[in-house]
Design a protein around this ligand. Structure first.
Ligand code: PEP
Ligand code: MG
Length: 535
């Protein structure tokens, strides 16, 4: 023969390269899950699925069987899939070709035994024709401070990942971008979507100064973060933190959190082959309590099911996982699992510092049932006093029934992530809808107001543990509607406390109720900027 590549060897090489990339992606997935980065997880889970797509693999294998090298076969197979997507004439689908190109490059590198390698100077802004999701992870790890692309779309996965990492990223700047010489000083203004290619020295100095000011302000916030936050007229607002492990709790405590407002216990249950036993769970919860000094810790019972499947907990495949057996509904499917978790929780000490929170409650019976179970378990364990028991308000039904729930719950905690999803009927991780899944929508504000009013009738307090609590633009609105605890991402404790200290609670109350009559989230945001400018 002509000495062409041997199909058998090429097939094997391709399989090995695919397996290498799959295993790298699995590593990324584990990491994303630990950080509860749903978007990153969803994006790379989709990459993994693409790498198992029979149409793609068959095309590559067939072309190898016809005598082509693995590199060409893989490259062409991806190229064909990209063509198909582009021909559909749908902008969203066309953006998915970026993901395919990512896999094209990754598998090629694995076949050629090359590593991803670019050495970045500190503080670099990276300009490229188009970057892929895996490029972004590498660049972010290497300390890039901004990204610019000649091509790309605002809803591409790489743009979503950049937003998630707080990395300024401009897309679709046009092909001139790649002609900018390396090492040139530029100013990337992501707020205004501008890349300034020829800033003069005065402009650069101005940008330096504003960076410096921001840094100083951050240091001031950190200094004040350990103190409690009160509004100008003396209303105390607790600023707690959302965490998923005892390490994160330590970080939250160091950042000045007044407590843990939400411990997502799923971290203990996912990515393993057997369930953690009672002892292991008790130790994990105790470690979080220990990390928080004398502060209270709100521990949410396991919120899996739906799209978060556990290997050892086979639940039926569901057509609509987010509307299925998830959260507290697990008590109906696997009551022993919840009992075990409650038993572990009841054995932490001091138990008074532990509050239990139930996810995805949609009717009073769910709360009453768990309350009874807890009372039974307390009796078995010889515990005199049931710990405080709270309900998450993340389903519109729960917000509408807040008054009934508050009669039997010790507190309510609003999960604005799911509450937005279920109120607006928009997938919280949907790339194309990301800008519209906004918890400042007046419909959500009405549900939040109703929740606070219902709780107040029974003298209960209301917290917010969804992402809205970490948005400083929303702080005055939430305070005004009657929320008294905000559970935020740990690095933002100082910033939100500072925001609280600048507010007049009585004025917040007056102004925020008017927002309920506005017609859109953007109108609410606009009004918030007017009433309570972000400094
Ligand atoms: C929420 O839904 O707002 C929430 C805090 O819970 P999670 O994000 O874990 O679903
Ligand atoms: Mg939720």
């Amino acid at each position: 023969d002509g000495g062409g590549p041997l199909p058998q060897e090429q097939l094997q090489a391709l399989d090995q390269a695919l397996e290498k990339v799959r295993s790298d992606i699995r590593g990324t997935l584990d990491h994303a899950r630990q950080r509860k980065d749903n978007q990153e997880e969803a994006i790379f889970a989709a990459h993994l699925a693409l790498l198992e797509d029979p149409a793609l693999l068959d095309a590559a294998r067939q072309s190898i069987a016809q005598g082509r090298a693995a590199t060409h076969a893989w490259s062409d197979a991806i190229g064909e899939q990209c063509e198909i997507l582009l021909q559909l004439g749908n902008a969203l689908l066309a953006e998915r070709t970026n993901d395919l190109r990512d896999l094209q490059q990754r598998v090629l590198r694995a076949l050629l035994g090359e590593a991803w390698h670019y050495q970045l100077p500190a503080g670099a802004i990276v300009a490229a024709h188009e970057l892929t999701p895996s490029d972004l992870l590498q660049l972010s790890e290497q300390g890039a401070v901004g990204l610019c692309m000649a091509a790309g779309g605002a809803t591409s996965h790489v743009a979503i990942l950049a937003r998630g990492k707080g990395l300024p990223c401009l897309v679709a700047l046009g092909s001139e971008l790649v002609d900018v010489p390396q090492g040139q000083q530029v100013v990337l203004n992501a707020d205004q979507g501008r890349l300034e290619l020829t800033p003069d020295s005065a402009r650069i100095e101005q940008v330096r100064q504003s960076h410096l000011l921001r840094q100083q302000r951050r240091e001031q916030q950190q200094q004040q973060a350990q103190l409690p936050a009160r509004t100008l007229d003396g209303q105390a607002i607790e600023v707690a933190a959302n965490v998923a492990s005892s390490q994160e709790a330590q970080g939250a405590h160091a950042n000045g959190a007044d407590g843990v407002g939400l411990l997502r216990t799923e971290f203990l249950f996912v990515d393993r082959h057997t369930a953690p036993d009672e002892q292991e769970q008790r130790q994990a919860y105790q470690a979080v309590l220990d990390a928080m000094g004398d502060k209270a810790v709100i521990i949410r019972t396991i919120d899996v099911g739906g799209d978060k499947q556990l290997d050892y907990l086979p639940l039926p495949v569901e057509a609509n996982p987010v509307l299925g057996l998830r959260g507290i509904r697990l008590a109906q499917a696997r009551p022993e699992l919840l009992d075990q978790q409650l038993r572990a929780l009841l054995q932490v000490s001091p138990l008074q510092r532990c509050r239990i929170l139930l996810p995805m409650v949609s009717e009073l019976d769910e709360l009453l049932h768990i309350r009874e179970r807890i009372d039974c378990l307390c009796a078995e364990l010889g515990i005199g006093q049931r710990p405080e028991l709270g309900v998450m308000i993340e389903v519109p039904a729960a917000a509408l029934l807040a008054e009934q729930l508050a009669e039997y719950a010790d507190f309510l905690s609003i999960g604005t992530n799911d509450l937005s999803q279920y109120t607006l009927a928009m997938d919280r991780d949907h790339a194309g809808l990301a800008a519209r899944v906004d918890a400042l929508h007046p419909a959500l504000l009405r549900l939040i107001a109703q929740t606070c009013a219902g709780a107040a009738r029974h003298g209960r307090w209301v917290g917010v543990c969804g992402a809205l609590a970490s948005d400083p633009l929303a702080t005055p609105v939430l305070v005004g509607l009657g929320v008294s605890e905000l559970s935020v991402s740990p690095p933002q404790v100082g910033e939100i406390k500072e925001r609280v200290r600048q507010l007049d609670a009585a004025e917040c109350q007056r102004l925020s109720h008017d927002l309920l009559n506005l017609s859109s989230a953007s109108a609410v945001r606009h009004a918030c900027h007017q009433h309570w400018p972000l400094s």
